[in-house]
Write a protein that binds this ligand. Sequence first.
Ligand SMILES: Nc1ncnc2c1ncn2[C@@H]1O[C@H](COP(=O)(O)OP(=O)(O)O)[C@@H](O)[C@H]1O
Ligand code: SF4
Ligand SMILES: [Mg+2]
Length: 373
Amino acid sequence: MIQSASSAPAAKPILEARGLGKSFVVKRSLFGRPLATVGAVDDVSLSLMPGETLAIVGESGCGKSTLGRLLMRLIEPSSGEVFIDGQDVTHASHTAVRAQRRHVQLIFQDPYASLNPRMTIAQTIAEPLMLHDIVPAGQRARRVAELLDMVGLRPEQADRYPHEFSGGQRQRVVIARALASEPKAIICDEAVSALDVSIQAQVLNLLKNLQKRLGIAFVFISHDLGVVKHIADRVAVMYLGKVVEMGTSDEIFAAPRHPYTRALLSAIPVAAPPSHQRSRAARLHGDLPSPLSPPEGCRLHTRCPHTRPDCKSVSMVLEVEAGGHANACAFWRELPAQDAGEIAREPRNPKLEKLFAAFEAMAARPAQTVTEG
Ligand SMILES: Nc1ncnc2c1ncn2[C@@H]1O[C@H](COP(=O)(O)OP(=O)(O)O)[C@@H](O)[C@H]1O
Ligand code: SF4
Ligand SMILES: [Mg+2]
């Protein structure tokens, strides 16, 4: 969490995880005894402040979606606690959890899968209004029209069905439905990953504008560091269920400390000829170990370019500095000086460049209308 220097009372986190863990039993004996478990999330502590965007990044299978579902208390944690808007929902009753969950909404990668094909857009968006009794029945149609307008869709599109919309428009419908609950936070799990680059930029721009207007906080889960760089205030990097580094976007992208973060950054595809590409110093060896039996000690030691014998026995704890930059490499101070400048200067993938250009062009004007087909 970023510490405020002012004497004003510190804002309360909207979401907070304390030592959160989740194991899934993936194999049982004939008598139901667990034979194999996956530790999808292990001892994660983080908080989301009002109006900020916290990105969660890492390779596929590192526990990002499980963490997102835990933060909404959609699944029961194996250990640790979850607080929504200051209230401990870890062991709260179903009714109490449901009431708190209204403050946090979840958006997935595939908008088509999260919309009922038999419901019109108006019915879809009105559902949470009804469920949480947000506006009286007589005012629902007007509220649906307002919500459609907020996400750049036309009120006359309200009677259409999901199949009549493009992918980007469907994601806007999903966002409108999430907004209907008047959430304080939205968890976006790979929410733009399936969209074309220019549509991604439009949806990201919409999310940014909504954040500015409504003060909504976002947990932005993504494997795409290029996108994260443009949307996140803070970034948490995960590896095999653990947060290995957390800091402001600037700290993570310009001065990454943990070898895994450095490796992720060096893996952003480049368009330059081999002579201009980054040295292999930051790259990881080998494959991702099985999450069924993660390595002892530092979980990265089987792949880390800086591994040493001690790494097999160190405990993997996030060391948090005064400014909030945290990292879990026990030896980060002894690592070779990071070529952060190299990362910043590095030529990027032309597809990403197009996305950044589109995003920045749109960010410059407060566009509200959807231009996609
Ligand atoms: N319901 C489940 N049952 C068993 N294993 C699961 C379940 N959900 C996730 N996992 C496992 O937990 C790990 C983390 O998965 P996930 O959170 O989906 O990662 P990510 O979103 O980063 O790709 C993976 O090894 C995955 O196979
Ligand atoms: S503790 Fe060792 S293996 Fe782990 S990241 Fe640091 S140097 Fe690499
Ligand atoms: Mg996922």
